[in-house]
Design a protein around this ligand. Sequence first.
Ligand SMILES: [Fe+2]
Length: 157
Amino acid sequence: MKTLDFIQLDESGAKQVVNELQFLLADLQIYYTNLRSFHWNIKGKGFFELHNKFEDMYSDVADKIDEIAERILMLGGTPENKFSEYLKKSRISEIGAVTNTEDALHNILETLSHLIAVERKIIELASNYNDEVTNSQLSDYLVEQEKEVWMILAYLS
Ligand SMILES: [Fe+2]
């Protein structure tokens, strides 16, 4: 017995959504490690504030990673867990030790912009298969991420 037999979703649609969620999972894993690097390595004015902010952000991304992996399982897939595979799949690049706070925030803005675009595409795909749960999960992410973009831009201006 499998979850898909009970949750009334089209199997081929679920497969396509899973495929896209695997890419999102890989992106989020790289984003997570980048945020940890910002948390550790930034220096200068704003350190105390941003050191804590980056911790909040990576903790939030860790929750999202878990939620996406569990959604993949519900849709009949197996979430990728190897970092070697994440590196092949992710469209976000790993960063080195960034010490400049503005560079870190610009990198985060670029990543958020990418994630927002990816999530919108998955929402569109999932809508074709009446997968409201994936949609609502990703819509919640958009609510947070769009607000985060606004706040980072306000901070930088
Ligand atoms: Fe820490």
